[in-house]
Ligand binder design. Structure first.
Ligand SMILES: [Fe+2]
Length: 601
């Protein structure tokens, strides 16, 4: 059975294809359209998925949209009317927004793909998150927690899921918290207050939090009330997102925390305002963690299950995930590589396959690499046409060469196989560098990523060496498989891992198993032989403001435009030093030829 999953129209659209119960491919629209966080109908992603699998739309048994658009429309309409007259300005915007393509999804899918309308299905938004988290995790029974901004009405769900011995699978979401009470929207409101982009830059709040103190925890708790049953309720007086699309926080919130930060104001951590913003970020982060740990601990007690599958955009918060693992009582916490809405494309397809069509459960390969593959020949061709030196090596000498470059302080663009599904580079579209030198971190921040100094970079380490450098609790290596947890760097290594250790001594480490990315694993070992530390700085391969690169040509263009020293794809290497050395050699040959010519003359 061939099932296409689609998520679209909110942010970060994606498509995923499941054939006979197993994912075949999945990709975010932005990776192909090259528009960051592309929210449009994912036509490029759908086309690529079908082409990759050699299918025509007519071959599809079902196309599954990741949420029920009519219910979402009902929520927007109801909440806008409830807030009337305060919402009257927002009303036309909300209606235009939802009455457009968002509501008429069935017609849009039918017309784009030419599939019969009765083959188009819809799942609940949070069921898609739950399925993405559960069916991609190597567990048979687990507690389920999902948390995000909002789907149709739900903003957080909790329940259980099971793969049964008879091959059937169940997901039962027993509880839900409904809009406007939303941890995701609450955190996004503070993201906006702190001058960052909502739905995109929530992780900056987490990064800034490490510089602050919990001085505002009591103030933050005024905005979100804890209820006796473990859930929470937002105090609507501090928020405007339910009444207007223009601003998510109210003047009362500004009265409480002081003037908001403008998006272009620099963050000077030595100034009073800078410290106030850092303290606010710290306090918000702390309260988020406390609420999530409480909800997860309650779920653990109620279900008695040792595994938790956690999905939804809130599951991108690695500091909170690490605290859930450490404090809620679960032995293992699984967060998929794409816990946000993009991952719902895969979740919706898996949900339809296992639950709606009741197909027998199948194991899903335990890796995040479902996107288009890189073609090393394309890199070689582009570089040669551009008069750049191209080297082609056997596997071992190539890895030796790259390890030497990294040990020499060079920044390497590393492209390998199929690209990652989800927001993080996990070893197939990465920029790699030595982890010890803060100067390299600053060079990456200023010259390539053009981002704030307070933002940390993440390390990648081999599974075998992880415990030597990082203080991982039981289950920590699994959470770190997709960089979903933030853990302490062991104090004795912090100075020698200066480029990847955050100001509070932590790191969002990726723990790499050999079987997941064997070439990067081998490179880490070779780098370890040279330096004694099989750890590298690993950041996503993109330049400021652009999506992560997908093709070899995009990687090459990024390499030419910014301070990446070496670019590798498959067995091909392009390096600026080699090109410069060749140019010097050619200039030498040219001048000696000139001398010979003039002597002869
Ligand atoms: Fe969501």
């Amino acid at each position: 059975m061939k099932i296409l999953g689609i998520s679209a129209h909110y942010h970060d659209s994606a498509a995923a294809l499941v054939v006979d119960g197993v994912p075949v491919c999945a990709v975010q629209e932005e990776r192909l359209s090259r528009r960051k966080n592309d929210a449009g109908f994912p036509i490029c992603a759908v086309e690529w998925c079908l082409e990759h699998a050699g299918l025509e739309p007519a071959d599809l048994d079902a196309v599954v949209f990741y949420e029920r658009s009519m219910l979402k429309f009902e929520r927007v309409l109801t909440s806008t009317l409830r807030a009337f007259p305060r919402s009257w300005r927002a009303f036309p915007h909300a209606i235009k927004n939802t009455l457009g393509e968002k509501v008429w999804v069935r017609g849009i899918i039918a017309s784009h793909l030419g599939v019969p309308r009765d083959r188009i299905l819809f799942t609940d938004h949070h069921a898609s998150h739950a399925a993405a988290a559960f069916f991609t995790a190597p567990t048979r029974r687990a507690a389920i927690l999902t948390a995000d901004g909002v789907g149709e009405w739900a903003t957080l769900t909790a329940g259980t899921a099971e793969r049964r011995a008879d091959g059937r699978a169940d997901i039962t979401l027993r509880r839900e918290i409904r809009f406007p009470h939303s941890l995701g929207l609450w955190y996004s409101t503070f993201t906006a207050y702190l001058g960052f982009k909502v739905n995109e830059e929530e992780y900056k709040v987490m990064g800034l939090a490490a510089y602050g103190q919990p001085t505002m925890v009591d103030l933050v708790r005024k905005t979100v009330r804890r209820l006796p049953d473990g859930s929470f309720a937002l105090d609507p007086e501090y928020f405007e997102f339910q009444t207007t699309a223009k601003q998510s926080y109210s003047s009362k919130l500004v009265d409480l925390f002081g003037p908001a930060r403008g998006p272009y104001d620099p963050i000077d951590l030595d100034s009073r305002d800078g410290r106030r913003f850092a303290d606010c970020a710290h306090s918000v982060q702390r309260v988020l963690e406390d609420i999530l740990v409480d909800i997860a601990a309650r779920l653990r007690r109620e279900t008695g299950l040792p595994d938790l599958c956690f999905g939804g955009g809130v599951a991108l918060n690695g500091v909170a995930n690490a605290r859930i693992l450490a404090e809620a009582g679960f032995e293992r916490v699984f967060v998929p590589s794409a816990p946000g809405d993009a991952g719902c494309a895969l979740g919706a397809a898996l949900y339809a396959d296992r639950i709606y069509f009741k197909n027998p459960d199948r194991d899903v390969p335990d890796h995040p690499f479902w996107g288009p593959a890189v073609d090393a020949d394309h890199l070689a061709r582009a570089a040669r046409q551009d008069s750049q030196a191209v080297e082609e090596h056997e596997e071992a000498p190539l890895l030796e060469r790259i390890a030497d470059e990294l040990a020499g302080g060079r920044i390497v663009g590393w492209m390998e196989g199929a690209c990652e599904f989800g927001p993080r580079a996990l070893g197939h579209r990465s920029m790699l560098a030595a982890p010890h030198d803060p100067a390299l971190r600053d060079r990456l921040n200023h010259d390539i990523k053009r981002r704030e100094d307070f933002r940390p970079f993440a390390p990648v380490v081999t599974r075998e060496a992880a415990d030597r450098f990082f203080d991982l609790p039981p289950g920590g290596a699994r959470l770190a498989r997709y960089m979903s947890g933030v853990f302490p760097v062991r104090p004795e290594w912090r100075a020698r891992l200066g480029a990847v250790t955050h100001v509070d001594g932590s790191a969002r480490v990726q723990v790499l198993d050999r079987d997941m990315a064997p070439r990067l694993h081998a490179l880490l070992e070779m780098y370890g032989h040279r330096t004694g530390i099989p750890v590298l700085l690993n950041t996503s391969f993109n330049v400021a403001g652009e999506p992560i690169v997908t093709s070899a040509l995009e990687g090459y263009m990024a390499y030419r435009r910014c301070g990446i020293d070496v670019l590798a794809a498959g067995r091909t290497i392009v390096s600026k030093r080699a090109t410069a050395a060749e140019a010097v050699k050619e200039a030498g040959a040219w001048s000696s030829n000139s001398v010979a010519a003039s002597t002869a003359g």
